[in-house]
Design a protein around this ligand. Structure first.
Ligand code: GLU
Length: 441
């Protein structure tokens, strides 16, 4: 993928941790802007609010050195984009991926703003990461990269200012390293009060019960609500998940408990299918051992083109962004697309899906379970509380159903698609805050 226009090239002579691109994903910030414009038109969004939201408040790029196991020193490029904080501290994941770039971070940060606003969580939006392939590094190298990046971010993050979390290529271990590094930067007496500097930590380190599966659980809450509305039976239906990481695997496991059958899946290595059904629990074990769904003995390897043309009831993109373009949108044979990933659908592909009568539950509505439970984790840390799994799950379900109902009403009342209606709920909250507070000075 070409570097984005706003992404400065690497300094000559410095080896950046960049792998060759496999898939041109287009410019994500352009996609986010198109979505914002569509919703702004539908609701007559104030033009000054529209202008503020079209660019992030802060864009930070850091180049930092890390010592590799071989003794060699290597330069890495890190990002943190802070999109908006009118409703609360910046909040959003840290991504480790070789194709990461500034425009991607800008789009992902904006979607965090809208996701939090949609669910009335008192957070704004941010996103960050490091441009490298974590699969190519040992655990000690990953630890040094994470700690050095956190140190370089320094006071640009903070427990009441900007709170990172896991995303693609990072996990609870990454968050524990970040937390520990940050705790060691502040004074001794403050250490424990800054535990909430990151969310998505392990339970041992002060994370929340239910955070690990929260995004997948939230995807399933949305599917359940949609099914109830359409009088569609989930028991006996079929689904496909693209991507079998945290979101894909948890979604598949939880959805299969409701009687739905996983008929195909895939990851960065390839795609597999089995019309008789794939057991997501066994597949998770296989992925745990081998690192990929490929080679799973109860699935037949298929090509990417065939994968998108398979018949199913529900298609769940839970891999990377911009996977559903025009050819995929024309090929899909399903009733519903649910965005487990952030930004998996090109706007023109979404138009095709909608014209074919396929509903699209957008990322900011469908995959918010993660940040919702992140908020619960942050609150528990702040109050020195520990909630049990049942309490977390009950609160998550209630919040997701309430917002889903609000969006559904808008889709009916104003004849909007699900994405535009979700944006409208979110933008309305942000707009009210700006109009009431005004612009300083
Ligand atoms: N990375 C996740 C997302 O895109 C979670 C962010 C968080 O928990 O702050 O929603």
């Amino acid at each position: 993928m070409p570097q984005s226009a706003s992404d400065p090239p690497a300094a000559p002579g410095i080896a950046h941790a960049v792998a060759p691109s496999l898939h041109d994903r287009g410019n994500l910030h352009t996609v986010a802007t198109q979505q914002l414009d569509k919703a702004a038109r539908a609701m007559n969004l104030d033009t000054s609010v529209r202008a503020i939201l079209s660019q992030p408040k802060n864009e930070l790029i850091i180049n930092f050195p890390v010592r590799m196991d071989s003794g060699e020193q290597r330069m890495f490029k890190g990002y943190r984009v802070q999109h908006n904080n009118i409703l609360g501290p910046y909040k959003g994941g840290i991504r480790y991926h070789e194709e990461s770039n500034l425009d991607e971070m800008k789009a992902l940060a904006a979607w965090m703003t809208y996701k939090c606003a949609l669910y009335d969580i008192p957070f704004g939006g941010g996103k960050g990461g490091v441009k490298f392939n974590p699969r190519e590094h040992s655990k000690p190298e990953l630890e040094r990269i994470t700690r050095r990046f956190t140190h370089a971010l320094g006071s640009n993050i903070g427990p009441e200012w900007d709170i990172p979390a896991p995303d693609v290529g990072t996990n609870s271990q990454t968050m524990v390293w970040m937390m520990d590094t940050y705790m060691n930067i502040v004074g001794m007496a403050e250490k424990n009060s800054v535990r909430r500097i990151v969310t998505g930590k392990s339970v041992t380190a002060g994370g929340s019960h239910g955070r690990e599966a929260a995004t997948g659980q939230g995807v399933v809450h949305c599917i359940t609500e949609w099914a109830q509305d359409k009088r569609f039976r989930l028991d006996g239906c079929s689904f496909i998940v693209q991507g079998f990481g945290n979101v894909g695997s948890n979604t598949a496991r939880i959805l299969s408990k409701l009687g739905a059958t996983l008929v195909a899946t895939g990851d960065y290595k390839g795609y597999i299918a089995n019309p008789e059904g794939i057991n997501p629990h066994k597949l998770t074990e296989h992925v745990g051992k081998t690192g990929s769904v490929m080679g799973y003995k109860h699935g037949r390897a298929i090509a990417r083109e065939d994968f998108f043309g398979l018949e199913c009831d529900i298609f769940i993109p839970a891999a990377l962004e911009l996977e559903i373009g025009l050819p995929e949108a024309k090929a899909l044979r399903c009733k519903l697309v649910v965005e487990g990933a952030n930004g998996p659908t090109f706007p023109e592909a979404e138009e095709v899906l909608l014209s074919r009568g396929i509903d699209v539950l957008p990322d900011i509505l469908a995959n918010a379970g993660g940040v919702i439970v992140s908020y619960y984790e942050w609150l528990q840390n702040k109050r020195s509380e520990r909630w049990d799994l049942e309490e977390v799950e009950t609160r998550l379900e209630r919040r997701m159903k309430r917002t889903f109902a609000q969006v559904r009403e808008l889709t009916i009342e104003k004849k909007l698609d699900w994405r535009t209606a979700s944006y409208e709920v979110a933008l309305d909250r942000i707009q009210k805050a700006y109009l009431e507070r005004g612009i300083f000075p």
